[in-house]
Design a protein around this ligand. Structure first.
Ligand code: SAM
Length: 260
């Protein structure tokens, strides 16, 4: 039988449908806790050495939930530029004085003759094909001012999420290899470092099962209703003795510096 998951992430129409369906629930499904949001946003601002004078781009920003949190930490003097292919996701960011919202594909946006001091791309690169990933990294190198920095955040191929087995395997197969991306950073001229940033999550099983049912990860949109139902049963069975699911959410931080 054909594997329908192949290229699922990179099918623009499917990806747009996925985020369109999820846009109203996205923050609820992904925020986890105020502490989690602050932890990640603080890490982004430290790794990128964000300053109030920076021209900052969050590309593939989704609903802008991290952009909002980061702008609470850093009082940017210029509007924070938020770009995403999904208009439904972006409509959650309404303050036009603080944010410049652009509905556009990441590659097209990265080719525009604009310049930035700091760029964040968080959990979006898996939606691009390998050649597009390379093109994006090169374009963003060109978009950065000298001494500018680009932080790419993605999940590793092996994740600890309490998902059903088929989902974990499919994630492993479809997720880009961070080592290849880091090599591409080096190739285009970035001074590059890779770090792993773990966050210990504790989620009630009831909430986690609801997240899976809502297909909180785009990966889960590549499974049929019946497969999701079976997956939920598998998770319930595997964790039948637990009310709370504890696991590490580990992020790969690839930081590129454009030196003068
Ligand atoms: C998993 S969400 C991450 C959102 C946000 N960065 C975060 O961490 O919460 C992926 C986002 O990438 C956007 N996206 C997918 N493909 C894209 C593309 N080709 N160009 C721009 N944005 C894209 C989706 O619309 C979605 O908002």
């Amino acid at each position: 039988m054909a594997d329908l998951s192949v290229n699922f992430y990179q099918n623009k129409e499917r990806v747009q449908n996925h985020y369109q369906n999820l846009s109203q629930n996205y923050d609820d499904l992904w925020t986890h806790s105020a502490d989690f949001m602050q932890f990640l946003s603080k890490n982004v601002s430290v790794y990128l050495d964000l300053k109030s004078t920076d021209i900052f781009l969050d590309l593939g920003c989704g609903t802008g939930l991290f952009a909002k949190e980061i702008s609470n930490l850093i009082k940017f003097e210029n509007p924070l530029v938020c770009a995403d292919i999904s208009a439904d996701m972006l409509t959650q960011l309404s303050d036009s004085r603080k944010y410049e919202c652009v509905v556009m594909d990441a590659i097209a946006f990265s080719a525009l003759p604009r310049s930035f001091d700091k760029i964040l791309v968080k959990e979006m690169i898996h939606h691009l094909e390998q050649e597009q990933q390379k093109c994006l990294i090169k374009n963003l190198f060109d978009r950065l001012n000298i001494n500018g920095q680009f932080l790419l955040i993605l999940l590793p191929q092996k994740i600890e999420y309490p998902l059903f087995e088929a989902a974990l395997l499919r994630h492993q197969k479809l997720q880009p290899d961070y080592k290849l991306l880091a090599a591409e950073f080096e190739r285009v001229g970035f001074q590059t470092e890779v770090n792993f940033v773990p966050y210990p999550l504790s989620i009630s099983k009831t909430k986690y099962l609801r997240m899976v049912e809502n297909r909180y990860m785009s990966l889960l949109s590549s499974f049929s209703d019946r497969e999701i139902e079976a997956g939920i049963k598998e998770i319930e069975h595997k964790y039948c003795d637990r009310e709370i699911l504890d696991f590490n959410d580990t992020f790969v931080f690839i930081l590129g510096k454009k030196c003068g």
